[in-house]
Design a protein around this ligand. Sequence first.
Ligand SMILES: Cc1cc2nc3c(=O)[nH]c(=O)nc-3n(C[C@H](O)[C@H](O)[C@H](O)COP(=O)(O)OP(=O)(O)OC[C@H]3O[C@@H](n4cnc5c(N)ncnc54)[C@H](O)[C@@H]3O)c2cc1C
Length: 381
Amino acid sequence: MKRTIYTEDHEAFRATARTWLEREVKPRLEDFIEDKGIPRDVWISAGKQDFLGLEIPAAYGGSEAGDYRFNAVLSEELSRVSAAMSSCLGIHADIVAPYLADLCTEDQKERWLPRFCTGELVTAIGMTEPSGGSDLAALKTTAVQDGDSWVVNGSKTFITNGYSADMVVVAARTTPGSGAKGITLFGIEADTPGFSRGRKLDKVGQTESDTSELFFDNVRVPAANIIGELNLGFIHMMERLPQERLGAAVSNIAHAAGIFEETLAYIKERKAFGQPVGSFQYNKFLAAELLTKLEVSQAYVDQCVLAFNAGDLTAVDAAKAKWWSAQVQNEVIDACVQLYGGYGYMNEYRVARAWRDARVTKIWAGSNEIMKELIGRDLGL
Ligand SMILES: Cc1cc2nc3c(=O)[nH]c(=O)nc-3n(C[C@H](O)[C@H](O)[C@H](O)COP(=O)(O)OP(=O)(O)OC[C@H]3O[C@@H](n4cnc5c(N)ncnc54)[C@H](O)[C@@H]3O)c2cc1C
């Protein structure tokens, strides 16, 4: 089905992103996978293309697009090449960016945003802790005021860009015993004494993204690094999670759609019993079902993108887009593995990697169970 949400400007931006990926990323992707990370020169190159500052005001070096469709186009193109790159660049330019652009003081914007846009300051966001991620209000990392500073102790885990980030937006408890009401966000620079990271975590998929544990051992953070309002960190996060979930949905569908296209080409070529495997009625019907699932899901996600641009995307609708797209992505890619037969299980085939890369989307950005919890609550249940 023809998509109608994009204009010529978006398609021109897509062409730029595609050319950049062909030139700068695809030839080196195997190295990124080997090294479990995206080298800094790729971030700098992305910065030069204005990919990192879409959400950032022009006064601080951003392109201030003010139109989520550009974020969506970039995410779609990244996802078609590497789901992990979509998540790494997405965490920085799509997820952390709104916290900085909306909540930072003038001084913080001047300190952080220009380098954020050039790729010299790579960022991460640390919410999840070893003791749990779904129940964010129960987080245990503490920040205790001492003069003009806050002393942070605790740890975070599963943090995307965690190993390479120069600055991490960290959620810490500033008022003990007050649940969601006592959490504050801090911008913690990686060279602050007491801050350290664990190894790059050994993941099932998305190997080229660095994911790490972070440790805070009496990290003295200046009060000037508080992002947003003291004790309102939970609200700041809740207000921005719909955008994170929308980004996840865009990426999920694009990733699966790309793999489906490749699979379709494969099953037209691959023969068994003297005919293309795609021409067996079972597989023909399967392909028809997969494409229908993708296109119907795409229509909902596109509608969410437009709703977000209009300021109308609710947390509940973003939750629907997130869980559904993750489910469809996993179903479609699993079926694609089957259609490839034994080759679908070989790591050198993109479909096999995509299958491993996709699994996490049902877990992160708020697990699918938590999404259904939000939707169920909205039903008055
Ligand atoms: C590769 C990767 C990258 C990540 N990147 C980041 C990042 O950059 N920053 C960050 O902060 N976090 C990140 N995360 C963490 C991710 O958001 C959490 O893993 C996720 O929120 C789930 O938390 P948990 O792992 O602690 O699971 P738990 O909260 O322990 O949940 C375990 C299981 O119980 C289910 N469950 C929990 N509560 C309920 C309930 N009320 N009803 C029904 N079921 C429930 C969950 O859905 C899950 O299936 C990342 C995770 C991964 C794997």
